[in-house]
Design a protein around this ligand. Sequence first.
Ligand code: PMP
Length: 314
Amino acid sequence: MPTPTAFFQGAFVPLEQAKIGVMTHAFNYGTAVFEGVRGNWNAEQDELYLFRVREHVQRLRQSAKIMRLSLRFSDDELVDMVREVAKRSGYCEDVYIRPMVYKSSEAVGVRMHNLDDDFLLFVTPFGAYLDPEAGARCATSSWRRVDDNSIPARAKVTGLYVNNAMAKTEAQLNGFDEAILLNQDGHVSEGSGENIAIFRHGRLISPPAQDNILEGITLDTAIELAQRELGIDIERRSIDRSELYIADEIFMTGTAAHVTPVVEVDRVPIGDGSPGPISKRLQTTYFQMITGRLPQYSDWLTATYGRAPVGAKP
Ligand code: PMP
């Protein structure tokens, strides 16, 4: 039986004991930064592989720096703590681990200074986010992506996610699976919880960081796999909304969504309206890799229980 565990106020505790007070600053003002780390279950190996924990820890630190939040643990300590919270929780299924740095003071007043910061972790079971087989039906959102001069999208700030939540809800209430947000200039930015990439003229094209995206770890991984395994050239440049409609293929990437083909945008079918062949190959390779079936990529994986045969770090 799993034992859901959190790291809260400096100790590993049962998840149900990890509670914050109603006056907590981060709860009132969205003054926290967070990460999402996937644990991917491999039943044959009886192992839960955590994906690119170090990169998530590094991005958490960058988000914290931008937001003037202090993180008292080193990268090595944080990597160990992520593994420890997963190990203590004992899940034998796909999970999602949430590290967070937050303004923990119980204080009223809008500011970032003169407040206490704390760090927490929790784990929750988490299956498919978007349908990986059917692909996603997307709509361009009427909500614009937050600008770097409003709330920096490269920082994973809890309060920023109301922008994403509004877009996701609008898309779903209108009968779509996912939103695609345009930035202030009208260029394609990203999904509500995913980066986006297109195939056109034989190249993989994805918006640059300057188009107000989260600098995605799954996108970085997909790009590397596309180059190394499929021999595809990459281009980082702005994408117009109309270019989505005529793309050969589109896919989204994210810790929750993995690699998900996009089959429709604003009711325009992408390609023939079914998941594209390159997106599917990339998705298959990605799934093999995150479940520890491609030993050449084992440096990206952390084996939670240390039962993995070869390759992945214990
Ligand atoms: N954009 C947004 C807004 C997200 O929330 C996420 C998920 N973290 C992503 C992109 C994808 O980033 P990653 O692949 O690092 O999870």
